[in-house]
Design a protein around this ligand. Sequence first.
Ligand SMILES: [Fe+2]
Ligand SMILES: [Fe+2]
Length: 285
Amino acid sequence: MPSYPVNKISTPDAQLNILQITDLHLSTPVVSTADDNDEDSTKNGEVTVCQHRFESVLQQALSGDIRCDLIVVTGDLVSEVIPAIYDHIFKVLQATGIPFACIAGNHDVTDERGSDLPFFQRELIARPTDSRLLSQHVIESDHWQVLLLDSSMAGKVEGEITPAAIDWLCETLSACDKPTLIAVHHHVIPIDSDWIDTHMADNSESFWQHMAKFEQLKVIISGHTHQEQVRHRQGVSVYSTPSTCYQFKPFEDDFSYDTNALPGYRWLQLANNGKVASWVERLDT
Ligand SMILES: [Fe+2]
Ligand SMILES: [Fe+2]
């Protein structure tokens, strides 16, 4: 069983394979499926759609041909900030036997009241971050470093790359010139969808300016947008990844679900020479 949080990873060949899952959005009731012998687990209640899809995504991704060296969960683990839901998610992730790391999204630090109301009329309530969600955390492999950053702001939908976070990134990148991946919940490049771009990471322009001198920065992965996008800036590949549960329609200026898009996840193969291969897969129906 891997310890949490993981700090170092060794792989048996020339690459580090990362599975990114994001925007799980689990809510109550949560039914334990990770360990049927656990007497403390909740046995009652129905498995919600998002719980079922999260566990199906994980099972499908890990039953394929690709060896998974690290699972990175890029925020919005829950839609209600309740410790028992995190307990369940962590139990499921621990049961894979694969090192993993989780960061916060807006829904991990904010409860929404009025989910039946239009998006902009909902009441936002600040909540404390679960202590298991990582911020400013480094995972080092033989040839890469993975930097995990918390962009969430309690009580808000948008995020922020704070000046303190930028300082930490600059210090960390100055100390290690290995090819680098940054994982952060909020997107740092607009994706041409007004409603979600007003809720991206504040201070992104300053972030990019500070990152310009670090040529080893190769990849940024984020969640929050509930869709697949690939952008490039300053030699960095910037990937948005579908939710394991529900999707938003790309290139829509008003809030809109993409009911035709299936739950998804992203693979990243990081080669020893700094090259990156990445693609999204969707849940089989
Ligand atoms: Fe989300
Ligand atoms: Fe989000």
